[in-house]
Every structure is written in C-alpha cells, then in structure tokens.
Design a protein around this ligand. Structure first.
Ligand SMILES: Cc1cc2nc3c(=O)[nH]c(=O)nc-3n(C[C@H](O)[C@H](O)[C@H](O)COP(=O)(O)OP(=O)(O)OC[C@H]3O[C@@H](n4cnc5c(N)ncnc54)[C@H](O)[C@@H]3O)c2cc1C
Length: 213
C-alpha cells in the first residue's frame, strides 16, 4: 500500500494519495474509476472491489491490461449480496458430552479476521482438555469452554465494534479520512486494541476450571 507501488498506467485516472500519520498512501479510487468509464463497480461485492483495486494498482498494459480490468467489472451478470449478521455471543456451547467449536460456537463479523483463527485455537484447546481429563469427557468439554469463552466473546464483540471503525462515514472525505486514520491507527491505540489478540498461545494457555452450573 506504500507510495512506491504506483507504476500503474492508471487508464481510468483514479490514482489518489492519502496522507495520514506522516505517510503517503497511494490508492485507486473506485468512485473516480466509475466516473471515468469503468461502469458497474457499485454493484460488485466487496471482495471483487478489493480485487479490482489491486488490478488497477498493477495495470501495466502487459500482465494487467485495461481490458482485463473491464472484464472483472463485467464478470458478474447477476451479483448477489448477502447480509452479515451480528449475533450476541452465546453464553454456553456445551451439554454433557456434546459441544460446539468454531463458527458454530461463536459466529462473528469478519472485522478482526479471526473466525478461522478461533476455530484452530478451539481445536488446540479441546484436544488438550480431552487429553488432560481423558477419564471424564464431559468435564473436559466444560474445561475447554471455560478456557475459551472469555476470549472468543471479546473477539466477537471487538469485531462488531470495528464495523463502525472500518465503515465510518468520515472515511468518505479524503481530508477528514486522513485525520481519522491518523487518530484511529496511532501505534499506541493499535497496540492497546490488538496486543491481547496476537499474543495468545492456545498450546500454553492454562486450562480453566469449569464454572459450576
Ligand atoms: C470471505 C471470507 C474471508 C474470511 N477471512 C478470514 C480471515 O482472514 N481470517 C480468519 O481467521 N477467518 C476468516 N474467515 C472465517 C473463516 O473462514 C471461518 O470462521 C472458519 O472457516 C470457520 O471454521 P469452522 O470449521 O467453524 O466452519 P466451516 O469452515 O464453515 O466448516 C464447517 C463444515 O461443516 C460442513 N457441514 C455443514 N453442515 C453439515 C452437515 N449437516 N453434515 C456434514 N458436514 C456439514 C460444511 O460443509 C463445512 O465444510 C473468512 C470467511 C469468509 C467467508
């Protein structure tokens, strides 16, 4: 995303620079691209918009041509959109010798990119609990849940909180956006928000005692 990645032919005249926190960030403005002839962008799903922005960024006329870019926009005849649902975290996943893990236990919005990470962490912790309490699987599953639920609840709630951060109306205006990004993504704020997330070790976290029902 740095300003050095700017060798695109920019056929749709949409290269822009955002200055935030003392750094310049080159990006390819899809609203401008649409105005400049790349029609149909608005109806694309976000995943395709991300791909499109990358193609605009690397449009060199050889490996990525203007026709390639057009083809991406024209690729979907009937684009489908689906809703992302916010659900309150569950307070219990376990009954006797049955439990849930992964998305079934803690469905989350994608704004911390942790759905698969949580499923893998669950798998690690549940394996440890079943090994430790091999003679009492129901107790092991309670220990697994007690070990995991506080963290997964924090992630689900943190991800929901990021909805407003990532889709904030202030990002629509480049000048306001620069101030907003510089403020929200200060190193100290980012550290405070995410240090706990990335320092977790599922293979070493102590197994918690089950909470009495
Ligand atoms: C576009 C996208 C981007 C993502 N990016 C990230 C990311 O960057 N980082 C991250 O951590 N997470 C990411 N995720 C989330 C991640 O993919 C999920 O959180 C993760 O796959 C959940 O794993 P799971 O095993 O719980 O469920 P799933 O992966 O959904 O697995 C459930 C499986 O059960 C099968 N199944 C369903 N019903 C039955 C049945 N009745 N009988 C037998 N089998 C059945 C399904 O076919 C499926 O294979 C992303 C998800 C999407 C959609």
């Amino acid at each position: 995303m740095g300003s050095n990645v700017s060798k695109s032919l920019d056929s749709f005249n949409c290269r822009r620079t955002l200055t935030a926190g003392g750094s310049d960030y080159v990006y390819y403005d899809l609203v401008e691209a649409e105005k400049n002839g790349l029609t149909g962008i608005a109806q694309l799903p976000y995943s395709m918009k991300v791909l499109l922005e990358n193609m605009l960024r690397f449009e060199d006329g050889v490996t990525v041509t203007p026709e390639d870019v057009q083809a991406i926009v024209g690729q979907l005849e009937n684009p489908l959109r689906w809703a992302m649902m916010v659900r309150d975290p569950l307070t219990n996943w376990t009954q006797g010798r049955i439990t849930l893990l992964g998305d079934a236990a803690h469905p989350t919005l994608p704004f911390l990119a942790q759905g698969a990470a949580m499923a893998i962490e669950d798998a690690c912790v549940i394996a440890r609990a079943l090994e430790r309490y091999a003679d009492d699987p129901a107790f092991a599953l309670q220990a697994y849940q007690a070990t995991r639920i506080e963290r997964t609840t924090r992630i689900v709630n943190g991800s929901a909180a990021n909805t407003k951060r990532f889709h904030n109306p202030q990002l629509a205006d480049p000048d306001v956006a620069a101030r907003y990004v510089a403020d929200e993504w200060q190193e100290s704020k980012v550290r405070q928000r995410y240090e706990w997330l990335f320092s977790y070790e599922p293979e070493n976290v102590p197994l918690a005692a089950p909470v009495a029902a």
